[in-house]
Design a protein around this ligand. Structure first.
Ligand code: BES
Ligand code: ZN
Ligand code: ZN
Length: 475
């Protein structure tokens, strides 16, 4: 487990501290000398919000919580502060830091969350990784143990999702992805079943098999189950994640200049589903959840599926493939068909599905659409705000599905230039017969520059919002 937040058991005078305060704080408990107190007051008078005091026996990083219009914004600003303070903590080679709250509301856990998410590193491929390793190993807080455990679980899930996304195709083939999922399942306690190519053929998953035809490596279909005792739901919640371990576009090859550089992230939806199951299992959340991840690479091999091909999906729908780069919806559609066998209460899918989603809202949120009840949608939006993985709800009118009409098959896999994120969603909707939401995470899943605690590379987008939603649902 990536767990790094622990409860402060006893106060130790030499522990370096981050102190969270506001303009009402009483600083007398900090044991400051008069000269230090005067310095602090003068800094506060200058409206400085990050104040550093070196007491020699310990270092104090005083952070003043900024006023914001809503609690969720304050939480986010505090997480961002956590990300900012990580730099000096590592610069001073601090290994363990405590958090003390002197503010009217306690935001210690949000601060710790920002610190640990920002302290993440993916160093596996450096020869001299040790010399690059951050010093910070542990954050101590005075919070409730249950809440600390839950936070450690969701942070670990997020960081494992990042690890999986950051792995290149040279390591993470579909088979390797399945092996990694199995390892995480063993560690956290969720069940993993892997369907191999012969079983995928027997199930007639025509979308997954078509995309796999140009691949060097075989596909897998991964079934993750979290079903603890005393679950609150009769019918499971099914989470589906896109597991394209690399997307070249296939024969409709992506232009080589830049557009392929980040395509190892195309299993980001699958990685999020793994991270969510990991967190639920570690935190023992009493809810029955199944994860489904169709995995393959999308390549222009000698036997690759071609534009113009007509394929038969798992539910026998025929699809005219007009662009082999719209492969995500093909593998996701088969998984959505497979989800029917659970008669699920709700299905949510996560996919780095379209460039159109990125163009629409950038990295700032998740493009969402679907037909789940408005109360489910409201709760999801609320969870998105709580953890700041916000949902941008798209219109989902019938007319968009008319844009996928084919001359020779039931539908095509390619809509016109406009509203590409919505026509992709409409394609998926065709394969559902249960309450369902589609989360297009193409924007936030993978970043080219750090964004506070969402670092460059895989972000694990989707894990925190779903954990928050499922945790609340289970209470
Ligand atoms: N994996 C891509 C979408 C993507 C784009 C993910 C940018 C992450 C960042 C997806 O398979 C794709 O290629 N979509 C095409 C669909 C189009 C051909 C209809 C796209 O959006 O350009
Ligand atoms: Zn593609
Ligand atoms: Zn793709």
């Amino acid at each position: 487990m990536y767990s790094l937040i622990h409860k402060i058991e006893e106060s130790s005078p030499n522990l370096d501290l981050i102190v969270l305060g506001d303009n009402q704080s009483d600083w007398s408990g900090l044991d400051l000398s008069q000269i230090e107190l005067d310095y602090l007051k003068s800094e506060l008078n200058k409206d400085h919000s990050s104040i550093y005091i070196n007491q020699y026996s310990r270092r104090l990083f005083i952070e003043i919580i900024p006023f914001q219009s809503s609690k969720s914004l304050v939480c986010e600003k505090v997480r961002e502060r956590g990300a900012m303070v990580v730099k000096p903590l590592n610069l001073y080679k601090i290994e363990k830091v405590g958090i003390v709250s002197l503010s009217s509301t306690d935001f210690s856990l949000e601060l710790a969350e920002g610190i640990i998410l920002a302290n993440y590193q993916f160093l596996k491929y450096f020869n001299h990784a040790d010399s690059k390793q951050n010093s910070l190993k542990e954050v101590l807080v005075c919070s409730d143990s249950f809440e600390i455990n839950q936070l450690n679980a969701v942070i670990s899930g997020t960081l494992y999702a990042r690890d999986l996304i950051n792995e290149p195709l040279s390591y993470l083939t579909a088979l390797k992805f399945s092996e990694e999922i199995t390892k995480l399942g063993d560690e956290a306690g969720f069940k993993v079943e892997i369907l191999h190519k012969n079983q995928i053929e027997a199930l007639k998953m025509g979308g997954l098999l078509a995309v796999n035809r140009g691949a060097v490596e075989p596909p897998t279909f991964n079934i993750l189950t979290h079903k603890p005792k005393n679950t609150i739901n009769q019918k499971p919640i099914v989470l589906v994640g896109k597991g394209i371990v690399y997307d070249t576009g296939g024969l409709s090859l992506k232009p080589t200049a830049n557009s392929m550089d980040m395509m190892k992230c195309d299993m980001g939806g699958g990685a999020s589903v793994v991270g969510i199951l990991y967190a639920l299992a570690k935190a023992n959340v009493p809810i029955h959840v199944v994860g489904l991840i169709p995995a393959t690479e999308n390549r222009p091999g000698g036997n690759a599926y071609a534009p113009g091909d007509v394929i038969h999906m798992m539910n026998n729908t025929t699809v005219e493939v007009l662009n082999t780069d719209a492969e995500g919806r093909l593998v996701m559609a088969d998984a959505l068909c497979y989800a029917k066998k659970y008669s699920p209460e709700l299905v949510i899918d996560f996919a780095t599905l379209t460039g159109a989603a990125v163009r629409a809202i950038g990295k700032y949120g998740i493009v969402a659409m679907g037909n789940a009840s408005s109360s489910v949608q409201d709760d999801l939006v609320k969870s998105g705000e709580n953890v700041y993985e916000r949902l941008a709800m798209m219109p989902f009118w019938d007319e968009y599905s008319h844009l996928l009409k084919s001359d020779i098959a039931d539908m095509t896999n390619l809509g016109p230039a406009e509203a590409g994120q919505i026509t992709a969603g409409k394609f998926l909707e065709h394969f559902t017969d249960y309450p369902w939401m589609h989360f297009d995470i193409a924007g936030p899943a993978y970043l080219s520059t750090d964004d506070h605690y969402r670092l460059k590379g895989g972000t694990g987008s989707g894990v925190r919002i779903m954990f928050d939603y499922l945790k609340r649902k289970s209470i």
